[in-house]
Design a protein around this ligand. Sequence first.
Ligand code: C5P
Length: 217
Amino acid sequence: MSESLAGKRIIVSAGPTYEDLDPVRFIGNRSSGKMGFAIATAAAQRDANVVLIAGPVPLPTPAAVTRIDVRSAAQMREAVLAALPADLYIGAAAVADYTPRQVSGSKIKKSGETLTLELVRTPDILAEVASHPMRPRLVVGFAAETENVATHARDKLDRKQLDMIAANQVGIAGSGFESDDNALTVYWSDGERALGPASKKQIASELLDLITERLRR
Ligand code: C5P
């Protein structure tokens, strides 16, 4: 029997962000949102008060979850900050790191042989939540890595002042962005735990078990 999260307010971000270039084009990524939606579903089943900030994904809204749809990293940041305070923030979204400096009001015409886009950094929502005056008690991030998973994940844990980070190696068959299954290693300051390979539903439940354990400390 999983432990109740009744009375806890949980903000989960999920899915990709789309950064518009012009009225018909954008820069996006392959995040399906499935992991974040599975976490929101599992938390609501444990009676948490869940706010799901979702990038553009065609997934149905989980039962008893308040969903806020956003498109860009800037909109996601605004929605997440507006949803504070909370007991827990889980940043499962694949937020764009860069966005076009300018959005063209009309469709960009083809002209020369090459086209250079100027991109500027987006705000790091996770780091901002972790250093916010209304910081949730636990701030949990995700990291998709292609190599040296443990080193990069622990570096992000420290740099972004997180309580936990769930890292997966992208490019492994049967896990990652579009799959229904996943395999993660969760790191915290003095421990780590491998979860899966298993369904995202199962992984979400085990991740919430780990989080509940930490909330009790
Ligand atoms: O540094 P990296 O982008 O790999 O970190 C991934 C984690 O940071 C994820 O939890 C993601 O939701 C979060 N993130 C964010 N805002 C950004 C970039 C990443 O919240 N602009």
